[in-house]
Design a protein around this ligand. Structure first.
Ligand SMILES: Cc1ncc(COP(=O)(O)O)c(C=O)c1O
Length: 335
């Protein structure tokens, strides 16, 4: 008899699969027995991403550099975790039910992840975004059945998209998830990304590096890891000066996401767009890791920290988040 298992997976620890019973001959002795069989749902595959060691971009005596491959999530990015968690938790609290319409102003990975998560859970998804977003992104969202509302740059771009989402909610047209202020965003990482890193490094992690967009990843992972050991250093990465790196921002203080809590980040380091792109290409050509620009930025900083630790001769295990896959950036010409 195969027992139903519990997994640390995706948005939360939950029972996986839907068990049913079959009567069949045992493959070992041919005796007719009842077996419990369970299969995974697609949402069980959100999370539990691989943690891989660099072998060419970094070779140190004292320091190990690891990348957590979030592009292996079903819709291709770290955002699958909060997208599923924001929907699943609101549903569990009875705030929304399948068939309802969800609304979010987002242009990036969150839109694609939410479109998938809504399809998995039977919700309608309306995504509002500036009209300069690439056609492949829109097509991915539409493929999952999302409705897209475009806002032109002259109308106010992303800021107007956010206002329109709130107006639609006020008019009873659906519920806004608001990843920048939603605790279920960082909570997804507190419940899954953090525990996975702790488990897969067997508690040896010394440094965690993450690029910062909504800051959900770094807030959740920091909370979890610091509870295990206050010694782990949490390093946030933001674009330097005028650098444009999709998915991450150098937030002016007044626009910092509501979920951001400065005391959970030990060090914030700026990365130049050029270095982020170079490192991204080196990850592909020297390690076979095909990732996006923000992942290149985080890895560039992870390598910088690795060199510092190696020079000090301190045994260190550095984990850097590889947020998504390179395919998503091909049309931008960065590869
Ligand atoms: C490509 C990319 N990198 C990094 C991030 C940052 O993740 P977080 O929002 O958890 O800070 C995002 C978020 O959307 C992203 O799309």
């Amino acid at each position: 008899m195969k027992a139903q298992r519990k997994l640390v997976s995706g948005a939360a620890t939950r029972l996986i699969g839907s068990p049913f019973y079959v009567l069949k001959p045992d493959i070992f002795d041919g005796v007719l027995r009842e077996f419990q069989v369970s299969y995974l749902y697609l949402e069980d595959l959100v999370g539990n991403t691989p943690l891989v060691k660099l072998k060419r971009l970094w070779q140190g005596e004292h320091v190990t550099v690891l990348g957590k491959l979030e592009g292996n999530n079903p819709a291709g990015s770290v955002k699958d975790r909060p997208a599923l968690n924001m929907i699943a938790k609101a549903e569990a609290r009875g705030e929304i039910k399948p068939g309802d319409t969800l609304i979010e102003a987002t242009s990036g990975n969150t839109g694609i992840a939410l479109a998938m998560a809504a399809a998995m859970r039977g919700f309608k998804m309306t995504l509002i975004m500036p009209d300069n977003m690439s056609e492949e992104r829109r097509a991915s969202m539409r493929a999952f059945g999302a409705e897209i509302i475009s806002v032109s740059q002259s109308e106010g771009g992303m800021e107007r998209a956010r206002d329109l989402a709130d107006e639609m909610q006020a008019a009873g047209k659906g519920r806004v998830l608001d990843q920048f202020a939603n605790a279920d965003n960082w909570n997804a990482h507190y419940e899954s990304t953090g525990p996975e890193i702790w488990r897969d490094t067997q508690g040896t992690i010394t440094h965690f590096v993450s690029s910062m967009g909504t800051t959900g990843t770094i807030m959740g992972v920091s909370r979890y890891l610091k509870e295990q050991t206050p010694d782990v250093e949490i390093i946030g990465v933001q674009p330097a000066g005028e650098s444009q790196i999709p998915g991450i921002r150098r937030w002016p203080v007044e626009y910092l996401p509501k979920i951001f809590d400065a005391k959970r980040v030990d060090r914030t380091i700026d990365v130049e767009q050029e270095l982020a792109e170079q490192t991204m290409r080196a990850m592909a050509t020297q390690e076979g890791i095909f990732a996006g620009v923000s992942s290149g930025g985080a890895m560039a900083i992870a390598l910088q920290v690795a060199a510092e630790q190696e020079a000090k001769g301190e045994k260190s295990v550095i984990v850097s988040i590889v947020c998504d896959r390179g395919d998503r950036y091909l049309s931008t010409g960065v590869y």
